[in-house]
Design a protein around this ligand. Structure first.
Ligand SMILES: C[S@@+](CC[C@H](N)C(=O)[O-])C[C@H]1O[C@@H](n2cnc3c(N)ncnc32)[C@H](O)[C@@H]1O
Length: 205
């Protein structure tokens, strides 16, 4: 049961639909064990679900939004997961992340399109600064390919994102790959996922 009389957990319904396919892809990409840093953990539902399924990994969630960090902590407490650390206040745009431990895996699920492009630039710059050669940077979300949306529903979603904030929007995968490459990552795979999303795997060079 909850430690607090107020339930601080947030809920993102899409998590229940995408977490299984994400785990399936991660199992094929992950090393045997390691430290996973999650950027933009949001509600915390992904991390508390993934962690017990990957018990040889330690999970470090993060989010710049204090109410999301409260949700992550509440979900962690309720789940009883023993391999999830308290959330860090990391912003992808930070000049340089300060981390207790260097990550051997970095996850960033559904952030790039719901943040300014500077967040993608910062994510790549910071990830490159803290990750060792060969380590995995995993992105999940919708992307355009060759300048075109991969489905009409993504075009509609893109319009709604831009109406909410002109700095948001579904990004071109090629632009993300170029940014990653400039920072020091090589594209390992771009895997089509349900609901017109992609898993995008990079390796630190
Ligand atoms: C759509 S939510 C996705 C949350 C979670 N990963 C999921 O898939 O349910 C977008 C998240 O990006 C985070 N975010 C937005 N801008 C960010 C930035 N500059 N750096 C890190 N996280 C950011 C928000 O706080 C939010 O948690």
């Amino acid at each position: 049961m909850s430690d607090s009389p107020v339930d601080l957990r947030r809920f993102a319904p899409a998590t229940e639909r995408n977490r299984g396919p994400i785990l399936d892809v991660l199992r094929a990409l992950l090393p045997d064990s390691g430290n996973v840093l999650e950027i933009a953990s949001g509600t915390g539902e992904h991390v508390v679900w993934l962690a017990p399924q990957l018990p040889l990994f330690s999970f470090q969630p993060s989010d710049p939004d204090p109410s999301n960090r409260a949700s992550i902590a509440a979900w962690t407490s309720r789940s009883g997961a023993t391999n999830v650390l308290p959330p860090l206040a990391l912003d992808a745009r930070d000049t340089r992340w300060t981390l207790p431990t260097a990550p051997s895996v970095l996850l960033c699920i559904n952030m790039i399109h719901i943040a300014p492009w500077k967040a993608t630039l910062g994510l790549m710059r910071n990830a490159a600064a803290v990750m060792s050669p060969g380590t995995l940077l995993y992105l999940y979300g919708p992307f355009k390919r060759g300048g075109a949306h991969t489905a009409p529903s993504n075009a509609t979603f893109d319009q709604s994102l831009r109406a909410t904030d002109p700095c948001w929007g579904v990004r071109d995968l090629e632009a993300v790959v170029e940014t990653a490459s400039t920072a020091g990552f090589t594209l390992a795979d771009a895997i089509p996922m349900p609901a017109n999303n992609f898993s995008v795997a990079f390796r630190r060079i």
